[in-house]
Design a protein around this ligand. Sequence first.
Ligand code: MN
Length: 275
Amino acid sequence: MPTEKLRPLEDYARKRDLTKSPEPAATVKPRGDQPRFFCVQKHLASHLHYDLRLEHNGVLLSWAVPKGPSLDPRTKRLAMQVEDHPVDYGDFEGVIPEGYGAGIVMLWDRGTWTPVSPDVDASLKKGDLKFTLDGYKLKGSWVLVRTSGRYDRSRSADSYGPGRGDGQGRSWLLIKHRDDWSGELDITTFAPRSVKSDGDLEDILAAEAPDIWRTNRPVKGGETGALLAEIVERAARLKAIRAAIVPARRPSKTTGTSRSTKRARAKPKKTARSS
Ligand code: MN
């Protein structure tokens, strides 16, 4: 094959200073085919978007979906293919203080995925990847279809980085197939929170570093800048509220212990010889 292949995760490592970023190391982890992991991360960076990641050959194939997935088969969502991510990224949730992707990452959904055709590389090459998802929020039959490339040179495409560097177009459409899991429900507003922490973006920020962007935010202008400013303020308020209620909660730990002690006492153990 004449196409020059990048080393796995080379793009991922090149874009980040992994000595400073809290993001996982660029380690390829072949784990066999079954089951294949998938996740969707809600990522407030220069734009709010959703990153769909599908495990394949020891990495996570990744697409940035600006509007997030839609359960409605009539709504095709633009999905820009971006650099492969390490498998360990699938559990990542937190704050990227600065640099590439600076912002807040929420683990919005996770589960397993199954390709319809076992030859995933052939499907990718063809630009037609059919699969099923079994997550908390996303389920059933889906397809990613590569477009003719009319989005590839758009300004909005640039904000998701230079793509995979494999010379092929990187704009795809993510489409839900009609089945028991399709419908008109807007899943991103119906189920906006994390499947890992149950938090919203401000909770994730408050838990880690609520003060980090009180000055010098990574995004300043426009809609996203305003959204981030609001989240920073909400995180600061959450931090203040938590600081006030945490000491009051501590005694309940003792209550919890005594309750379980009582329960243990109320239910005497049968001895092995009692029957
Ligand atoms: Mn992203």
